[in-house]
Design a protein around this ligand. Structure first.
Ligand SMILES: NC(=O)c1ccc[n+]([C@@H]2O[C@H](COP(=O)([O-])OP(=O)(O)OC[C@H]3O[C@@H](n4cnc5c(N)ncnc54)[C@H](OP(=O)(O)O)[C@@H]3O)[C@@H](O)[C@H]2O)c1
Length: 424
């Protein structure tokens, strides 16, 4: 099986090394000999720590896709173009494609899956969500007969690393971000991670596969972690919760709609997702008969991601040899539940004046908007008094109306402490 590789950066170079190390063992086990015959990069002179034969490295992506000596394409360049055109062309030529490109699939997944089905070759993408964790295939194949109600994932290692450090060291967001950048867990420009663009792309792909729906990154309600404070985390901890950035895809409104969202959430310490620390990822799936499942491991990094790519390559090679391919089915546009119409429990932490009548005024607002309170406590006294409430399950729009009204009460100095409670 002659492989054409598009991109040879973190993932691509790790993939080349894995193939070199394991080709003999894979051939013995599967009867398929893998070889990398052409590699497209931007800068062929860059040192990649690889001993590639002369003539293998090229700068023209099409030269790899069109090469009659290439049987199968691995796309690990990233970005929309030229990856989209290259994958479409390869599938059109009957060449299976393995990709790790979450940005592309979160924009054009349904289109790409349609092309793959029409051409009758594989488009496999285990590495695109949660790096080395085998989770897409179980969702697509093992759980095919299982109506999935909800999938919740910790799918961004950088933000989980930051939140873990904030939780365990009581440190502030800015300090931990700088430490994460120094250790290589966060990019110099961390926006894609901390503002949850990366997690939103992965949420869209998860929702597409779990619900056979055409879900795109722009459909996903997105809130990052930049507003989470050490004080929020301390309050959550005292009440028995940890704060995690969750990607949530769930059936709503009697299963007629989907809610897709990424936001910080308070998760009970007893929930399996609460134990996912540092840069690890996990995906928690709730099925009807199977109950709860959790997939856990390294969600990024060259080696884990290349491992997922290699598994897909072997599958695609076996399928190509047999003249078969994995079916992806049809993906139709679903109706989405706006965030305002979702329901959740909420933690509200209000900085208040320490004077008689404050609690009465606040509970009056809750009553006006039909939000009932599960727990309440006062933290601090005098100037530092804070009232902390956890609501029963309430509609998001009602809770937002409460927050707007609190701001106008006079006795509430600050009503910024707002976080959804998930997984109780
Ligand atoms: N890194 C991870 O942990 C991880 C995890 C899961 C999924 N992924 C996905 O895997 C893909 C690759 O990630 P990465 O971290 O390996 O990226 P990377 O280190 O930036 O590597 C990208 C590679 O693609 C090449 N390239 C980019 N545009 C090209 C073009 N127009 N023509 C030819 N070559 C081009 C680059 O060439 P030069 O080397 O010459 O610049 C480089 O070799 C992305 O889709 C990413 O989202 C990555």
């Amino acid at each position: 099986m002659r492989i054409g590789l598009l991109g040879c950066g973190n993932v691509g170079a790790a993939f080349v090394k894995l193939v070199n190390e394991r080709a003999a063992a894979i051939a013995e086990r599967t009867g398929i000999t893998l070889s990398i015959v052409k590699v497209a990069v931007r800068e062929p002179k860059a040192d990649r720590g690889l001993a590639l034969p002369a003539g293998v490295l090229v700068t023209d992506v099409n030269a790899v896709v069109e090469d009659p000596n290439v049987d199968l394409i691995v796309e690990v360049m990233g970005g929309i173009s030229p990856a989209r055109e290259a994958i479409t062309a390869a599938l059109g030529k009957g060449k299976p494609v393995v990709t790790a490109n979450k940005a592309l699939l979160a924009e054009t997944g349904a289109e790409m899956f349609g092309v793959a089905d029409a051409t009758g070759v594989d488009l496999l993408f285990e590495a695109a969500v949660a790096g080395g964790i085998p989770f897409i295939r179980p969702l697509r194949e093992s759980l095919r007969g299982e109506p999935i109600g909800r999938v919740m994932g910790i799918v961004n290692g950088t933000t989980n690393f930051i939140l873990t450090k904030m939780t365990e060291e009581g440190a502030d967001y800015g300090d931990v971000l700088r430490e994460a950048q120094r250790l290589g867990f966060a990019e110099a420009d961390p926006t894609a991670d901390v503002e949850a663009f990366d997690a939103a792309s992965k949420c869209a792909i998860i929702a597409s596969i779990a619900f056979a729906a055409d879900v795109r990154a722009s459909d996903v309600h997105r809130e990052g972690i930049t507003t989470v404070t050490a004080a929020d985390i301390a309050v959550a901890r005292r009440l028995g919760y940890v704060i995690k950035l969750l990607a949530i895809a769930e059936r709503t409104n009697g299963s007629n709609q989907l809610s897709v969202r990424v936001h910080p959430a308070m998760v009970p310490v007893t929930h399996p997702l609460a134990s996912v620390r540092e840069a690890y990822n996990a995906v928690f799936v709730e099925g009807a008969a199977v109950g709860s499942l959790m997939f856990y491991g390294r969600g990024a990094g060259g080696d884990p991601t290349a491992s997922a790519v290699l598994g897909d390559v072997i599958d695609a090679a076996i399928n190509l040899k047999k003249g078969t391919h994995a079916t992806l089915g049809t993906f139709t546009r679903p109706a989405f539940t706006p965030i305002d119409d979702t329901t959740s429990e909420y933690l509200l932490s209000l900085e208040v004046l320490d004077q008689p009548g404050v609690l009465h005024a606040i509970t009056g607002v809750f009553a006006k908007h039909g939000v009932s309170i599960r727990a309440a406590e006062q933290v601090g006294i005098g100037e530092n008094a804070r009232l902390v409430f956890i609501t029963h399950s309430a509609r998001e729009a009602s809770v937002q109306q409460c927050l707007a009204d609190f701001a106008g009460l006079g006795v509430v100095k600050n009503a910024d402490g707002f976080i959804r409670v998930v997984g109780r």
